[in-house]
Design a protein around this ligand. Sequence first.
Ligand code: HEC
Length: 125
Amino acid sequence: MKGIKDLFKALTLIFVISVCLASCEYNKKEEIQIGDLPDPILYGEHIQPIFNTNCITCHNGSTPPNLTVDNSFFELTAGGYINVDNPEDSKFYKKISGSGSMAQYASDLDRAYILKWIEQGANDD
Ligand code: HEC
């Protein structure tokens, strides 16, 4: 009888430890830190989703720039919003950071992604 109890205790312990480890592993994947962004930043994979989530309720044609998937890259680059020679001075970056009127719609992580994308040449990939 005692043997079965010990076995049961051991199994419970193993189960609890596995659940803890699994949840730690899960959290690690969820939280990308600002200092640990993917390299290179890919426009379609990392930048457009920010617009889809935070911006296109308004920027969908009526309010420039149009940030919907088929328009955003062209509007930003051809519209003079991006300055690859001085990324932090880009009209686009200034608008979403500091006292810019769009800063409220972007998180620190969003800003870091966008700045790094501009620093890497603001490519469409
Ligand atoms: C609730 C609606 C709304 C949301 C959400 C929103 N914007 Fe805007 N945006 C506006 C309005 C209105 C203007 C024009 C007034 C101004 O410049 O503040 C504007 C202006 C801008 C401008 C300047 C355009 C120009 O040519 O001067 C940029 C760049 C911009 N938004 C980017 C963004 C980004 C990026 C996001 C998402 C992170 C975003 N906006 C989210 C409503 C919105």
